[in-house]
Design a protein around this ligand. Structure first.
Ligand code: FAD
Length: 337
């Protein structure tokens, strides 16, 4: 690990000042915030992230870790741990898709350490990004190329990719957030702003080293999820190579509002398939007004994966993604809500 300076921010203003030379979610950022450290420290040890300064934001827990469920919305402080959020009674009852996306992620120890803000900014598990002995990685070294395009790419993305990067967004919680129209509260040098969670992660567009739309110095302070008649009938289905302590090969976050057997509204997010947390609006639109049977679920899943681009090792993914979504939709339809 390279030498770096370490400082503690006891409140959000100090964190913002400490981090203002840099934009979080950029591989070559000279300043990185340290929350739970379960992504950051790994990537510093691997020499992928090389910050000159680390600003510890754990001190923000006192003011930015609360979880509030009201009839209008769910508000999650960005410093709340994954574990505390997954076991919160209001989240379990009214937003099961969020609780399950967190509970099925990582391990108990990691979920205790890791925060929600750090979770959404975790980095890809692409082996060519994480191992610096691979010279070609546009995300790590802009302009160098993408090794995954022509190498082992079984768990690489099929949606939202271009020739600059086919890495997959690995997180689970973000898939639930994108499905439920969540917003992110950001605190920065010019104050607070809210943005749609859907716009937090950038598409690669030839610059995969810049992963977010955060402005320099901005800290994620909270997430807000609007209440809706679909949130109680919601679930997260995760398909992986082993049933615990493993990232998704494919996943679906589904929330349904049913009118008898027919769909009034649907919310769908896909994981394991895409470059960034992926919302499947075409699939949602196809379901509205129709009964949720296997045929209609497959039509929606086909629309969700219509734009898939594969690269050999991941040719199986669109079919796995379709099947995952069909199963998730039918399971959600059968839930007591
Ligand atoms: C072995 C292993 C298995 C895992 N399995 C899964 C899995 O199955 N599913 C899954 O979803 N995740 C999984 N993870 C990832 C894990 O969930 C993340 O590492 C964790 O959530 C990151 O949170 P953190 O608080 O530790 O972030 P940190 O490591 O502290 O920070 C991560 C990044 O976010 C930035 N950051 C942190 N907080 C903020 C903030 N509030 N505002 C702005 N920037 C911020 C940091 O600067 C850093 O760049 C796994 C991790 C490991 C090591």
């Amino acid at each position: 690990m390279r030498p770096f300076s370490y400082e503690r921010a006891s409140d959000v203003q100090r964190a913002v000042i400490g981090g203002r030379e840099t934009r979080q979610g950029q591989t070559d950022a000279p300043v990185q915030f340290l929350a739970g450290g379960t992504t950051l420290i790994d990537l510093m040890k691997l020499d992928v992230l090389r910050p000159a300064r680390v600003v510890d934001i754990k001190g923000l827990k006192a003011a930015h870790a609360s979880i509030e469920a009201t009839p209008q919305r769910l508000r999650l402080g960005a410093l709340a741990s994954m574990a505390a959020t997954a076991r919160h009674p209001g989240v379990l009852r009214d937003y099961p898709v969020i609780a399950e996306s967190l509970q099925l992620a990582a391990s108990a120890q990691l979920r205790n350490m890791a925060t929600l803000g750090g979770n959404v900014l975790q980095r890809t598990r692409c082996p060519y990004y994480r191992d610096t002995s691979w010279a070609e990685c546009n995300k790590r070294d802009p302009g160098s190329g993408c090794t995954a395009l022509k190498s082992f790419n079984r768990n690489h993305a099929v949606l939202g990719v271009d020739d600059s990067c086919i890495s997959q967004y690995p997180g689970d919680f973000a898939v639930a957030l994108v499905a439920l129209d969540a917003a992110v509260e950001l605190t920065g040098p010019t104050g607070r702003r809210m943005i749609a969670f859907e716009t937090l992660h950038r598409p690669p567009q030839g610059k995969p080293n810049v992963e977010t739309t955060l402005m320099p110095g901005e800290v994620i302070t909270a997430f807000e999820v609007p209440a809706g008649p679909w949130t109680r009938r919601s679930l997260y289905l995760k398909i992986r190579d082993r049933s615990s302590y493993e990232f998704a090969l494919s996943s679906a976050a589904v929330a349904l509002d049913l009118n008898g057997g027919a769909v009034r509204q649907a919310r769908i997010g896909l994981g394991g398939m895409a470059y960034r947390p992926w919302r499947a609006k075409e699939a949602e639109a196809l379901l509205v007004g129709r009964p949720l049977n296997e045929g209609n679920a497959m039509a929606a899943a086909t629309a969700a994966l219509a734009g898939a681009r594969t690269h050999g090792g991941n040719d199986f993914k669109p079919e796995l993604g379709r099947r995952t979504l069909v199963r998730a939709l039918l399971q959600a339809a059968a839930m007591e809500a």
